[in-house]
Design a protein around this ligand. Structure first.
Ligand code: SAH
Ligand code: SF4
Ligand code: F3S
Length: 449
């Protein structure tokens, strides 16, 4: 199958990101970089001269999707765009991708995408264009400065990689070791985003709260110090961060939740299982009790904080009783929302070779029970906000004319009818009703507490 001649020097591109928020962020930075090189974005993948699939390797299904997507990029006339596979599948399966999908022109890992322009040139000349290096110098220094954003919210990667090596997880292999970006690079990027209209920044990292660095006076700082410094940018109204690891939940960060008003009362703190034997087999390096103690302290600092988590059901050897412990911790913490997954054996990870892999039907049943319980808590959490007055940041248009959708401090979507307002406005609303996935609000005459 051939590419068009036009694709030898592609003029238009389309980036499709899968997986976590960091991939969304990386996708945006790739798009900005290609934009500064004179290329223009195309809305539809098949119409673009270059399609970048920014992939995720976390579960088997995510990987299968990439291969089916590659197949679908062939047009009716038999031509296809130049195809680049970026992201974590590229890192983990570089060579394998080119064997399985001959249509792929470029393979580029998450630490090498600043070199995309060269790879595009190489591919245009018909040369092999594979780069899965993890260079010592970070890609960030080689990327162009942030451009004006279309939305009032933005992601900002502050650290990347993972040193934790949970036995089920590919991330330490696909993203590499934990590396923190510098204090000044982060502040500069945040200021550029805010100058470009951003009002809420979500700091990103695979273990974002492991961020460490030196401030401009040479003092060692953690993520709490960084958040407090970011809070000094006056047009930046809200700061969020994700994903945190329980072991990196420092005293300083817990305290910041109590006294830094721009730090939103929301904490995504995955526990994965409610059973100590399983946590040990997962190499999570925290126990159920130590996790619950952290939650208790965070709630003391900020009583209205919304909690969120990740869970895996059917880890190798998980018994019925051990699974029941996971239901128990969900009841104890009363999460506002959660993500839950069936265990997926990943090649090269220790858990994939463990005995007693759990049959699919058992995992299906456990996941259904867990999700029903999580849903119940989510409904309860949302219902408890009815009657409150709160601020929301309007992020996008709703389905009906005049409707706008914003986020509450607790990350709930709130729908308001307010044709006179615009995306990017911060308003106070009274919450009048709640569903499982969103709330309805009315413009308030009161000030949010
Ligand atoms: N760094 C974050 C999240 C990493 S991946 C953390 O440690 O919390 C996001 C979630 O995917 C994980 O929290 C875990 O719940 C899930 N996950 C990771 N590997 C998985 C696997 N092999 N099978 C099923 N779920 C997995
Ligand atoms: Fe994966 Fe564990 Fe690292 Fe999270 S902490 S990215 S689950 S290895
Ligand atoms: Fe997926 Fe890589 Fe993120 S494996 S979850 S895209 S770090």
């Amino acid at each position: 199958m051939n590419r068009n001649d036009a694709q030898k020097t592609p003029a238009t591109f389309h980036v499709k990101s899968f997986g976590c928020q960091m991939n969304v962020y990386d996708g945006e930075r790739m798009a900005e970089m290609l934009g500064t090189r004179g290329m223009t974005p195309a809305a539809e993948g098949a119409e673009a001269d270059l399609v970048i699939l920014n992939t995720c390797h976390i579960r088997e299904k995510a990987v299968d999707k990439v291969y089916s997507d590659i197949g679908r990029l062939t047009r009716e006339d038999g031509t296809r765009p130049m195809i680049a596979v970026a992201g974590c599948v590229a890192q983990a399966e570089g060579g394998e991708i080119q064997r399985r999908a001959r249509n792929v022109d470029i393979v580029v890992g998450p630490q090498a995408y600043h070199r995309l322009p060269d790879l595009i040139d190489k591919a245009g000349r018909g040369e092999e264009a594979v780069d899965t290096d993890m260079p010592l110098a970070s890609k960030f220094g080689a990327l162009p400065a942030r451009t004006r954003q279309a939305r009032p919210t933005a992601f900002l990667t502050i650290m990347e990689g993972c040193d934790k090596f949970c036995t089920y997880c590919v991330v330490p292999y696909t993203r590499g070791a934990e590396i923190s970006r510098s204090w000044s690079a982060i502040l500069d990027e945040a200021k550029a985003l805010v100058d470009g209209g951003v009002r809420e920044i979500t700091l990103l990292g695979q273990n974002v709260n492991a961020w460490t660095g030196e401030d401009d006076k040479g003092r060692t700082q953690g993520m709490d110090g960084l958040a407090r410094e970011l809070a000094k940018i006056s047009d930046l109204k809200r700061i969020r961060y994700t994903t945190s690891h329980p072991n990196d939940m420092s005293d300083g960060l817990i305290a910041a939740h109590g006294d830094e008003p721009k730090l939103m009362p929301f904490l995504h703190l995955p526990v994965q299982s409610g059973n100590d034997r399983i946590l040990k087999a997962m190499n999570r390096s925290h126990s159920v009790d130590s996790y619950l103690r952290i939650i208790e302290r965070v709630r003391e600092a900020r009583p209205d904080i919304a909690l969120s988590g990740d869970f895996i059901v059917g880890f190798p050897g998980e018994s019925d009783a051990e699974f029941e412990d996971t239901l128990k911790i969900v009841d104890q913490v009363r999460y506002a929302q959660c993500y839950s997954f069936k265990y997926s054996p990943r090649p090269g990870t220790p858990a994939a070779d463990m005995d007693h892999q759990i049959p699919a039907e058992v995992m299906d049943e456990r996941l259904a029970r867990l999700q029903a319980l999580i849903n119940q808590h989510q409904v309860t959490f949302n219902a408890a906000t009815v009657g409150r007055t709160t601020d929301i940041l309007l992020e996008r248009k709703g389905r009906h004319p005049g409707q706008l959708i914003g986020k509450s401090p607790w990350l709930q979507s709130v729908v308001v009818t307010a044709p006179e307002l615009a995306i990017g406005d911060m308003i106070d609303v009274d919450i009048i009703s709640a569903g499982p996935n969103s709330l309805a609000g009315e413009l308030s005459r009161r000030k949010a507490a």
